[in-house]
Design a protein around this ligand. Structure first.
Ligand code: URA
Length: 153
């Protein structure tokens, strides 16, 4: 399961997550992992497009969180890949930076006494990669995804 930030204009119009430019890069990342879009579940923290495409506030993320927790409980994914800071912070209940969180396994614990536990690999958001398409960043993301692949096998 991949968890992003919020629908953009394309996603809002189609109701499908990650269909714009960032989505095309996410598709490539998924394909490079030997997976298909049909074999993964993609969700966002926010369920509607934030005004002016702004980064979700903590309050907005908290308001939408029950829907995301429910999605995770239903999908019961083997692994969660959070892309970008808002998803990573919400899923891990952390206030750390992306630099500290990415590339290290962490754990999602669902709400309630019987909350499910899912391994989480945080990585950079494809929109960030598009803005900062350096060999170094690409290498970091690829190494994060390789850790996921190793865990899925
Ligand atoms: N599209 C999405 O659906 N989510 C993002 O986080 C970015 C683009």
């Amino acid at each position: 399961m991949f968890i992003g930030e919020a629908p953009g204009a394309d996603e809002d119009r189609t109701g499908v997550p990650f269909v714009g430019r960032a989505g095309q890069l996410l598709n490539k990342m998924i394909a490079a992992m030997g997976l298909s879009r049909e074999s993964v579940y993609i969700a966002n923290v926010l369920k509607t497009r934030p005004p002016n495409n702004a980064t979700p506030t903590v309050e907005e993320a908290q308001l939408c969180a029950p829907y995301l927790h429910e999605q995770i409980a239903i999908v019961a994914p083997e692994v969660i890949v959070t892309v970008g800071l808002p998803a990573t912070r919400l899923i891990l209940q952390s206030t750390d930076s992306m630099g500290r969180l990415r590339g290290r396994w962490a754990e999602y614990v669902g709400p309630g006494a019987a909350g499910i536990r899912v391994p989480v690999m945080p990585t950079y958001h494809p929109a960030y990669l598009l803005r900062s398409y350096t060999p170094e960043n690409r290498k970091k993301v690829w190494s994060d995804l390789q850790q996921v692949m190793a865990r899925l096998v």
